[in-house]
Design a protein around this ligand. Structure first.
Ligand SMILES: *Cc1c(COP(=O)(O)O)cnc(C)c1O
Length: 379
């Protein structure tokens, strides 16, 4: 059996090696390392795939979120609502820009932002909401967009884990993750569903004015060379990464299917086990399983993890500490107990190996050992 990894980038590379190598070689031969052909090609192909008017390639997903916020002309002290159960980058950029992150709790079933909690957190200072489509399924965007419209708030989707997921609105429209709000952000970090071989990210929008502005911000606030109309940053997707991504994009739907097949295998295997809650997929979204995250009930999680580790199966805790309990984000407004669902999730989640190259032998081995681990770890 192949070695089990959380993410197996090597096997995936082996399956597309000739195309990737040729793409990279082309960049080396043409020496257009920054901007130029490959970046433009990939941008156009991703715009077509997503059905969105503008894709703005940037240096990474964190920069994408920062540039999106910079484009909204917010003032220090303006409030931005984000979930407390997410990767740190979502709130980090809010804090870095001198804005005030306002944290809210999430839904136990989907791990995604709780709409009633968002509504309660809105104040006259609230300017934007940043929902995160965590682990690969979309947040409840129908309700969130309605709420944002009612209060005239900006919506920036953190789609770093959900590229390729679809959301179906009540009127039947099927829209790609990251393309529902005003602005969407994604990451091409190697382990993401569409990953490059270094850092990369992109911003999505259908708004021409915002697109132009964000493109300028990502390039030192400059539209005409050496004329700087606004304060910007230097954040670019380089051509070698774009070459890799342009080879991988046509495979993305097949990669998603492979993840969904693996998730289905796990779901079936764990269906009869009262100690394991398998991922819940909400009715109006597809799930692209960036992570396959179990909730453990009545078992010692550390014991389960150790048992798996002893059998060469990695498993990870995403995320062990919600943002309101992180040292760097300590704030008089928040204390332990304020967001009970996020705190409960942090204590019970366990993510299993999930990638595009898992075979049945590996899946069977993992599932059997998870069930065995549960048996010896009951409390
Ligand atoms: C990965 C990720 C980011 C940041 O992306 P980078 O490319 O690593 O900067 C932001 N938000 C979420 C939810 C992520 O998973």
């Amino acid at each position: 059996m192949k070695k089990i990894q959380m993410v197996d980038l090597r096997s995936q590379y082996d399956s597309i090696k000739a195309d990737v190598n040729a793409g990279i070689q082309e960049v080396l031969d043409t020496t257009t390392y920054i901007k130029g052909g490959k970046v433009n090609d990939f941008q156009a192909h991703l715009e077509a795939y997503l059905g969105v008017k503008h894709v703005i390639p940037v240096g990474n997903g964190t920069d994408a979120l920062q540039i999106a916020l910079m484009a909204l002309d917010l003032k220090p002290g303006d409030e931005v609502i984000t979930p407390t159960f997410t990767f740190i980058a979502t709130a980090e950029v809010v804090a870095l820009l001198g804005l005030t992150p306002v944290l809210v709790d999430v839904d136990f079933d989907t791990f995604n932002i709780n709409i009633e909690a968002v509504e309660k957190a809105i104040t006259p200072k609230t300017k934007a909401i940043v929902p995160v489509h965590l682990f690969g399924q979309n947040a409840n965007m129908e309700a969130l967009l309605a709420l944002a419209a009612k209060h005239q708030l900006h919506v920036i989707e953190d789609a770093c884990q959900s590229i390729g997921a679809r959301y179906i609105f009540a009127d039947g429209r099927s829209v790609m993750s990251g393309c529902m709000g005003e602005i969407g952000c994604t990451s091409f970090f190697p382990s993401k569903n569409l990953g490059c071989y270094g850092d990369g990210g992109a911003i999505f929008t259908n708004n021409d004015v915002l697109a132009k502005k964000m493109r300028a911000i990502a390039n030192h606030g400059m539209e005409v060379r050496y004329h700087h109309d606004m304060i910007g940053v230097n954040s670019r997707l380089d051509s070698i990464q774009a070459a890799v991504l342009d080879v991988k994009l046509p495979h993305l739907d097949a990669y998603t299917k492979a993840r969904q097949t693996a998730a289905h295998y796990y779901n079936e295997a764990f269906a009869g086990c009262a100690h394991l809650i398998t991922p819940v997929v909400a009715a109006n979204t597809t799930h692209v399983f960036h992570q396959y995250t179990l909730k453990l009930v009545g078992v010692d999680r550390e014991k389960v993890r150790q048992y798996l580790a002893d059998n060469d199966i990695p498993a990870m805790i995403y995320y062990p500490v919600p943002l309101h309990l992180q040292k760097a984000y300590q704030d008089a407004r928040y204390k332990a107990g304020d967001f009970p669902v996020a705190e409960q999730l942090s204590a019970c989640v366990l993510s299993l190996p999930m990638h595009t190259e898992l075979d049945t032998e590996q899946l069977r081995y993992i599932a059997d050992h998870v069930l065995a681990a549960v048996k010896v770890s009951k409390i």
